[in-house]
Design a binder for this molecule. Structure first.
Ligand SMILES: NC(=O)c1ccc[n+]([C@@H]2O[C@H](COP(=O)([O-])OP(=O)(O)OC[C@H]3O[C@@H](n4cnc5c(N)ncnc54)[C@H](O)[C@@H]3O)[C@@H](O)[C@H]2O)c1
Length: 437
């Protein structure tokens, strides 16, 4: 039966269902559509589905035109109707994998997706998990849930694979199609089928021995980032004490043509991946009684960065004869990184909260996030609106937390009383008003 599926994929007649139309799922829908596959995008969020069916994108770096073009091809649709899973040949799962309140992996989205789709699954389908997770999830949780809620057996009646997403939103140099895709499956035929599918949309596929290897590859990549970011954050603190500019050091070190890769310090880790994914491995490692000291240390350093920034802010206020209490502070950027409209896990909210708790009056500006949306951890900021940059002179201090390219840093420096710059955004401007943090 799997040979029939492989042939259908080769002929681009296999219908691809993508479950979860967020930062990862939506670009996949577009790529499979562009490659000529019939595609159905599934989401539980009716509002997202309605907007997509009207040709409207809700992600800044995905133009609405690409959705309109997809719909114009005629073989595509967006739906909340999970019964349509029965018509799919390949089902790609791209749902969230956050941490819960106790910082343990929250599998509820994967489990609920499996429970929703399994009653509608039919023999001969392939299910591929794309969500970031710990090794063992694909067969340990996904397969188990799919089997428990259907009369089908994994590897026999339906096929499984894991292929992690490496999306870097808004990176102009890499898109879904140009980033090599790692694929793992637990049998040769399943790997062949998944590989055929992704070969149609990416320039290079990287097949690996099994699903656990593919799951671990994704975690390796993000832990590598977390550890290296922690390292430069620590270097920033040490070098600052010595009166050395860490950014100049990084620039100089980057001229070494081998053995060095630049990472940049900042106000702490943000985004949906790097602050979260390492803890998927540390949690799983406990089962094997293996300590994960290095990974946890990196987490500790990164988590301490907001405190470091706040101390820099307090020192800067102090040197101009002010305290946090009663000072008016303007934060630039609540998105977790430059030029994106994603503020998940953004440390800006943490720093704003710490300043508010110290009695400061804090406002923010962000060209991509005019209003703070729902936030589990920061209910007090929900609904807060940005203030215009026209008001910059009325603040005691400007704090740059996200270095959006849209900002005119020369103008910001001119009009601010003091600037705390956590991103080296004001370089190469030299001014005694700028304090790097
Ligand atoms: N955002 C990134 O840059 C990125 C990069 C690599 C990997 N990842 C990983 O990819 C996965 C998805 O991340 P994302 O950023 O796309 O998340 P997202 O929050 O942007 O999108 C997830 C979507 O899934 C939908 N959803 C939730 N439960 C559902 C269900 N039962 N059925 C159908 N739809 C459902 C949500 O409504 C939402 O639209 C996560 O595991 C994440 O760690 C994300």
């Amino acid at each position: 039966m799997i040979n029939q599926l492989i042939q259908k994929i080769k002929d681009k007649e296999a219908t691809v269902g993508v479950i979860g139309l967020g930062y990862v799922g939506l670009p996949l829908v577009l790529e499979f559509g562009k490659a000529g596959f019939p595609v159905v995008g599934f989401d539980v969020d009716q509002n997202k589905v309605d907007r997509l069916n009207q040709g409207e994108s809700y992600i800044k770096h995905i133009p609405s035109k690409s959705i309109e073009e997809l719909l114009a091809r005629g073989k595509q649709e967006f739906t909340t109707d999970v019964t349509k899973v029965s018509k799919m040949d390949c089902i790609l799962i791209c749902v969230p994998t956050p941490l819960d309140k106790n910082r343990t992996p929250d599998m509820t989205y994967i489990v609920s997706t499996a429970r929703q789709i399994s009653p509608h699954m039919v023999k001969g389908q392939m299910v591929i998990l794309e969500s970031t997770t710990y090794p063992g999830t694909t067969w340990g949780i996904l397969a188990t849930e799919l089997e428990a809620n259907s009369s089908l057996k994994a590897g026999e009646d339906f096929y499984l694979a894991y292929s992690p997403e490496r999306e870097d939103p808004n990176n102009p140099n890499f898109s879904t199609a140009t980033i090599p895709k790692v694929i793992g499956a637990d049998s040769e035929k399943e790997l062949e089928a998944a590989n055929e599918l992704y070969k149609a949309i990416v320039s290079k596929t990287v097949p690996v021995s099994n699903t656990m290897t593919a799951e671990a590859t994704k975690l390796m990549e993000n832990i590598f980032r977390s550890v290296n970011i922690a390292l430069v954050n620590e270097m920033k603190i040490i070098l600052d004490k010595m009166g050395i500019d860490v950014w100049e050091v990084i620039e100089a070190a980057s001229t070494k043509p081998f053995g060095y890769m630049p990472f940049y310090p900042g106000p702490g880790l943000g985004g949906h991946c790097i602050p979260i994914d390492p803890f998927y491995l540390t949690w799983k490692a406990r089962e094997y009684e293996v300590p994960t000291r290095f990974i946890e240390l990196a987490g500790e350093v990164n988590v301490s960065m907001p405190q470091y920034v706040v101390e820099k802010i307090l020192t800067a206020l102090n040197s101009s004869g002010k305290s946090a209490k009663g000072s008016k502070i303007l934060v630039l950027g609540v998105a977790y990184k430059k030029d994106v409209d994603d503020d998940r896990e953004s440390t800006s909210y943490k720093i704003m909260e710490m300043l508010v708790n110290l009695g400061a009056e804090v406002e923010f500006n962000d060209p991509y996030i005019p209003v703070v949306g729902p936030k589990r951890d920061y209910p007090n900021f929900v609904g807060k609106k940005e203030v215009s940059l026209d008001k910059i002179e009325s603040f005691d201090m400007t704090v740059i937390l996200t270095d959006h390219s849209k900002y005119d840093y020369g103008d910001i420096v001119n009009r601010s009383k003091i600037i705390v710059d956590t991103r080296n955004a004001c370089a190469p401007i030299k001014s005694p008003k700028i304090i790097k943090a």
